[in-house]
Design a protein around this ligand. Structure first.
Ligand SMILES: C[S@@+](CC[C@H](N)C(=O)[O-])C[C@H]1O[C@@H](n2cnc3c(N)ncnc32)[C@H](O)[C@@H]1O
Ligand SMILES: [Zn+2]
Length: 298
């Protein structure tokens, strides 16, 4: 059975094999050419066919840490800032690299007529995203590939600490559409970086982000900075849900966290940037070659 969730957005999905429209067919989505994709019991659909993905998918441990941290509301002011940046009204909001769907859910809460589509390459994250909001569908997808979404179907694309495929974000945005990108500033979690040996945010990140978004013009950038009081368990979670999770030694992290004062006040610091399509033709559908990919350090 297809959940109500996907039925809100299935009309915008296209078959990743042949680009024909997808329709519900029993417990799966299918196209006229016989390509079929099962809807998982948890309510998401995997449109990635066989080929291995990028290796950057969040692991179950990272998803658990992210869920615990975000559901405690520590980054709620950021979710509000993201929601403020998305145009009001009906339409489709695509969250590219949605994780557990936390930010998408906040956007939809404030837009009773809008629907949402969470894309993420991690099945573990998507299981949560499928339940994040009653008007959000969840599709396993690699955002470096052409998105399985019709041209111009979205009113907004949001991208929070996740890979960005400028040409594809541009293609799926309709007239008046907005791309909202969240990046951490070099001051993000500054109290923890040295103490815990975390990856620091590159000062040039902002320029690299804008350069990678060819086809878009920056419209507005807001600094969203706020203090967060963290217990030791929250400190561990914020490290393990982010890019440092790939680099830190868990034993060492445990010792370093145990030595911290509790609670500890740290600074959360982000840029919420709005981009609009530049005038000119819509680019051809396309994935991004390896050389054009900008790693994310959110
Ligand atoms: C730092 S997390 C951010 C998740 C979510 N936006 C949030 O802030 O809670 C990065 C997310 O991007 C996803 N991701 C990484 N590479 C991806 C790709 N090529 N395509 C789609 N998602 C990807 C990961 O699985 C992970 O959920
Ligand atoms: Zn097909």
């Amino acid at each position: 059975m297809m959940g109500a969730v996907l039925s809100d957005v299935v009309g915008v999905l296209i078959c990743p094999v042949c680009s024909a429209g997808l329709e519900p067919r029993g417990g799966s989505l299918g196209c006229v050419n016989g390509h079929r994709f099962d809807i998982a019991r948890q309510g998401y659909v995997n449109l990635l066919t066989g080929a291995p993905h990028t290796g950057t998918a969040d692991t179950p441990e990272m998803v658990r840490a992210r869920e615990a941290f975000l559901s405690a509301g520590h980054f709620a002011p950021l979710a509000e800032a993201v929601a403020d940046a998305v145009p009001y009204g009906p339409g489709l909001v695509v969250d590219a690299g949605a994780g557990t769907g936390y930010y998408l859910a906040e956007v939809l809460d404030r837009r009773p007529e809008a629907a949402g589509l969470a894309l993420d390459v991690s099945k573990h994250a998507l299981r949560r995203a499928a339940r994040a909001h009653e008007r959000a569908g969840a599709v396993v997808w690699d955002v470096w590939r052409p998105l399985p979404i019709r041209d111009g179907a979205a009113t907004a694309v949001i991208n929070v600490f996740a890979p960005r495929n400028g040409p594809e974000f541009r293609r799926v945005l309709g007239p008046g559409g907005v791309l909202v990108v969240v990046t951490p500033t070099p001051g993000h979690l500054r109290e923890l970086v040295g103490r815990l040996g975390l990856l620091s945010v590159d000062e040039r990140k902002e320029a690299r982000t804008a350069a990678a978004l060819s086809g878009f013009a920056p419209r507005r950038r807001r600094l969203t900075e706020f203090p967060v009081r963290l217990a030791r368990a929250d400190v561990a979670a914020v490290v393990l849900m982010g890019p440092s999770a790939w680099h830190v030694d868990p034993g060492r992290l445990g010792e370093d966290v145990a030595a911290l004062p509790e609670p500890l006040e740290v600074t959360a610091s982000f840029h919420v940037s709005e981009y609009v399509p530049e005038s000119g033709g819509v680019p051809q559908t396309g994935g991004v070659p390896e050389s054009g990919r900008v790693p994310d350090s959110g």
